[in-house]
Write a protein that binds this ligand. Structure first.
Ligand code: ADP
Ligand code: MG
Length: 342
């Protein structure tokens, strides 16, 4: 399982796109995604020249629920979320990123809506349902903590502190052994999914409120929902404790990087979470689409891309598809985070 998985998802047309009579330029067949540029009627490019096909681990068509190929939130979770849970129970870290332009469906895929829960709530729920189904003979005890933060303009804010107001004043520091971390970020012990739900809702509310108050939108900030999951085992010859971290990341809109004009900047922006990256899972990007492996404590780095189906977004979408294509080249070297004798 030591790999990165890349999924691309296409959402339904929104009202604006329908009003513009936008055409769907995305086609998906099995794990392939095809994007076709509309003919401009001038340059005489052939259909073949205008068509590009990419292969990913998954290509999710979520445009139309009546389509037999339609991919639901549940399906996305069973393909991607279940592996995250499996990794966590095996003692590995895991990370899911949603990358794409604003409005393409990142938050929908990660957080979802009240009726259509996304990956984050489903992963949390799955974690507790597994803990509760463990039998008493397996002699393990579990401890789960939740953090939720937002990064805006290289600055970090705690979304789970009631009185955090709207201040982005947390410092990112480097621990000699554990790597980068956010100083004073609150960690909340949770005993059940409903504990998580309450925190998640508070954090989401915090995020939106601040966005409106500052006349900014969440499209310009990254949000990271983190679970730290400790399993203590007493049944072995030696007691052991294993810590797994799960980072679920809703990235800022990918169009943000456009203004820099630098080629590849968008890519770097999306993948890096910049210098404020809190996880040990940061990705450094080098030229020629070679990803340098980040810290070796991560088993699964999932990159879930979300794209818009509309022709008006051709260039943005193509850039996302290329980004996702490069992400496939990431090489992972995972290790179990186990401490014996604790
Ligand atoms: P982003 O976070 O990338 O800016 P959102 O997740 O907020 O985009 O999605 C924009 C809008 O499209 C929202 O109203 C969302 O509910 C809707 N949407 C996105 N993806 C889907 C989907 N797969 N199915 C149905 N609605 C979706
Ligand atoms: Mg969003």
């Amino acid at each position: 399982m030591a790999s990165v998985r890349v999924a691309v998802r296409v959402r339904p047309m929104n009202r604006r796109e329908k009003d513009l009579s936008a055409q769907n330029i995305i086609r998906m067949d099995d794990n392939k995604t095809t994007i076709t540029k509309l003919s401009d009627g001038v340059s005489g490019e052939s259909l073949r020249d205008r068509t590009k096909t990419f292969t990913y681990d998954f290509s999710y068509d979520s445009t139309d629920p009546s389509n037999p190929r339609f991919t639901s939130q549940e399906q996305v979770f069973s393909d991607l979320g279940l592996d995250v849970l499996k990794s966590a129970f095996e003692g590995y870290n895991a990370c899911v990123f949603a990358y794409g332009q604003t409005g393409s469906g990142k938050s929908y895929s990660m957080m979802g809506t009240p009726g259509e829960a996304g990956l984050i709530p489903r992963i949390c729920e799955g974690l507790f349902s597994r803990i509760n189904h463990k039998t008493s003979w397996d002699q393990a005890s579990y401890r789960t903590e939740v953090s939720y933060l937002e990064i805006y303009n290289e600055r970090v804010r705690d979304l789970l502190r009631r009185k955090s107001n709207q201040t982005y004043n947390l410092r990112v520091r480097e621990h000699p052994k554990d790597g980068p971390y956010v100083e004073d970020l609150s960690r909340h012990l949770v005993q059940s999914y409903s504990d998580v739900e309450e925190l998640m809702e508070g954090g989401n509310l915090n995020r939106t409120t601040a966005a409106t108050g500052m006349n900014e939108t969440s499209s310009r900030s990254h949000a990271i929902f983190s679970l730290s999951f400790t399993q203590a085992k007493f049944d072995a010859e030696q007691p052991s404790e294993t810590l797994s971290k799960i980072h679920l990341v809703d990235l800022a809109g990918s169009e943000r990087a456009e203004s820099t004009g630098a080629s590849g900047a968008r890519l770097k922006e999306g993948a890096n979470i910049n210098k404020t990256d809190l996880s040990q899972d940061s990705v450094n990007l080098k030229k020629k689409s070679v990803f340098v492996p980040y810290r070796d404590s991560v088993l699964t780095w999932l990159l879930k891309d979300t794209i818009s189906p509309a022709d008006v977004n051709y260039y943005e979408t193509l850039s996302t598809l290329r980004y996702a294509n490069r992400a496939k080249n990431i090489i992972n070297k995972p290790t179990v985070n186990e401490d014996a004798n604790v």
